[in-house]
Design a protein around this ligand. Structure first.
Ligand code: SF4
Ligand code: ZN
Length: 312
């Protein structure tokens, strides 16, 4: 830092390296990292995400967000001798992309001394994302990936006997999802934002302790902590509408700092207090929990089989 760097607003001692536009704070590396950890702790407390003896499976993709979350949870866990964290990764089978991410995740878990379980789409569903992408015509690759990964993460969390499944969804993800629900007119999903998760039969409770961390700050945290993460984007570019919403929110955040927090908090306000229960049955094909008769994962896999190869 140069001598002219404004001093940190929190400690009033060290040079700041980051300006937080939505709060007006200027932070030094130490205070920035501390404030991020404190924010995650507050989020955990507000949504009653953890007990002192929780066994938490952390979904680790190898990207900056999930690895940042893993670092922070590993640090928090040290103050709770009865709590445990285990990393779980899903290998969707995207050659040249996911294999690199998994090796980064494995290395990070080794460094942190965290147990790590990897399970693959191939093992669970008999098909890889590359095979799905080569055969799907109607729905985009990401539709399959999202549904199957959700199922796979639940399966992984059950295998390690976790009672919580933590994912690295950031504030950006939460705001994008809320706005997508508005644009799709999906009032039901819009009013069901619960970062603390619910206890549903057959599902490990899903929690999102990073839901109030902007992606930009997640990137800075990764940089300051100096851990390696995957930067390569997935070759199946993502859902088109979400990409549009991401671009729009990012531009709004620059001209009107705090927009993402407002969108996210609006969705939270629209959500009734926790305690809502959904009637669950079991899928007639695979036996997994579902609200219908056949679960979404089985519907998609069956659809693929009926469709046959793309160029047939
Ligand atoms: Fe899966 Fe799509 Fe994400 Fe690639 S971009 S990992 S296919 S959801
Ligand atoms: Zn400071």
């Amino acid at each position: 830092m140069t001598e002219t760097s404004p001093v940190c607003t929190k400690c009033a001692k060290r040079d700041s390296i980051y300006f937080r536009p939505y709060s007006g704070e200027r932070l030094c590396p130490t205070c920035f990292k501390r404030s991020l950890k404190e924010r995650v702790e507050r989020t955990i407390a507000r949504f009653e995400m953890l007990e002192h003896d929780s066994r938490v499976a952390v979904g680790v993709s190898g990207g900056k967000d999930s690895l940042g979350l893993l670092h922070i949870l590993a640090e928090i866990e040290r103050s709770y001798p009865k709590a445990e964290i285990i990393a779980v990764s899903i290998d969707e089978g995207v050659r040249g992309y996911r294999d690199e991410a998994i090796s980064i995740a494995t290395e990070a878990c080794g460094d942190l001394g965290v147990e790590h379980l990897v399970i693959s789409f191939k093992e669970l569903f008999g098909v890889t994302m590359d095979e799905i992408a080569a055969s799907t015509r109607e729905l985009g690759a990401c539709t399959y990936c999202g549904v199957l990964r959700r199922r796979a993460l639940n399966e992984a969390a059950m295998r390690v006997e976790a009672d919580r499944l933590a994912t690295g969804h950031t504030l950006d993800d939460m705001a994008q999802t809320a706005l997508l629900n508005v644009l799709r007119g999906d009032v039901n999903s819009l009013s069901r934002v619960n970062p603390g998760g619910s206890d549903l039969p057959g599902f490990v409770r899903r929690i999102k302790p990073y839901c109030e961390v902007p992606e930009r700050e997640s990137a800075l945290y990764a940089y300051l902590e100096g851990f390696r993460f995957q930067e390569l984007p997935c070759p199946y570019t993502g859902e088109a509408m979400r990409n549009d919403v991401r671009g729009f929110l990012n531009r709004m955040e620059i001209t009107r700092p705090g927009t993402m927090f407002t969108v996210y908090r609006t969705a939270i306000k629209l959500t009734p207090e926790r305690g809502e229960t959904t009637m669950m049955g079991t899928c007639s094909k695979c036996g997994e929990p579902t609200t219908g008769t056949v679960c979404r994962a089985c519907q998609l896999i069956d659809g693929l089989r009926e469709q046959g190869p793309k160029n047939a």
